[in-house]
Design a protein around this ligand. Structure first.
Ligand SMILES: C[S@@+](CC[C@H](N)C(=O)[O-])C[C@H]1O[C@@H](n2cnc3c(N)ncnc32)[C@H](O)[C@@H]1O
Length: 230
């Protein structure tokens, strides 16, 4: 009972109530946003988007949600291939960078600032594709975030989730405790990466048509799936 309450009311919720984007709070500095963006324009991003394009049967006319979209390197590529992209992220600094790049790429993107959980403002089943790369750990509850992501996807919509594993972070001391609490009690303090395999199990609780799970690297879990229709 106590464990359940703590999962629902974690310290991260209090943090998000105090640190508000609309009041100018930003977890990312100007310098860091520019530095991350510089490294983000690598060639593998094109290969990933091409793979997703093939799996989803094209981007043309599709409504895409780029969750935790960061500098927008994927948003821009999907928009260039004809998708109507909504970028959603908590950082105004990344929005600044993503806007510059969208303009340079000659595409228009919808920008939405807010915490991951605030994507609940979008209508259920309103996206054909949800792209969630390297931001899952920032959600307040793995269970509820999986449900939200699934809810926002239309039936037969495609989900792409890529998330580093605890092996990637190799946490020590206090962070190790935060990882232990998340793994065993589902309490989130800070942003522990979910245990290997957890995201897949959470998504598999819901109906799906196809699922491709890539565990080829012990450093990250990659999941591509098609939502079921029932
Ligand atoms: C490692 S970056 C990944 C960016 C991009 N998806 C990529 O693949 O390069 C993590 C992103 O999550 C965003 N983020 C962190 N905490 C967040 C939160 N609570 N709600 C929404 N976005 C968040 C950051 O601003 C950042 O853009």
């Amino acid at each position: 009972m106590v464990a359940f309450a703590l999962e629902k009311m974690p310290i991260n919720l209090l943090h998000s109530l105090v640190h508000r984007v609309e009041q100018g709070w930003d977890p990312i500095s100007h310098e860091y946003a520019d530095k991350y963006a510089e490294a983000a324009w690598h060639e593998e991003r094109v290969a990933l988007i091409e793979r997703l394009e093939f799996f989803a049967g094209g981007f043309k006319g599709k409504r895409v949600l780029d969750l935790g979209g960061g500098p927008g390197q994927y948003s821009a590529l999907m928009a260039q291939r004809g998708a109507r992209v909504t970028w959603h992220d908590v950082s105004r600094e990344y929005e600044r960078v993503a806007r510059v790049h969208a303009q340079a790429a000659g595409v228009s993107i919808d920008f939405s600032l807010g915490y991951l959980e605030e994507a609940a403002k979008f209508e259920p089943q309103s996206f054909d594709i949800i792209f969630c790369r390297l931001c899952w750990s920032y959600c307040r509850s793995d269970r509820r975030f999986a449900r939200l992501l699934y809810t926002l996807l239309r039936p037969r919509g495609v989900g792409y989730i890529e998330c580093n594993t605890p092996e990637f972070a190799r946490p020590r001391r206090l962070r190790k405790l935060s990882y232990w609490l998340n793994e065993h009690l589902w309490w989130k303090i800070g942003h522990p990466l979910p245990p290997h395999g957890r995201i897949t199990k959470l998504v598999q609780k819901y109906p799906f048509e196809t699922m491709i799970v890539d565990y080829s690297s012990e450093l990250s879990d990659v999941l591509l799936f098609v939502k079921g229709t029932v």
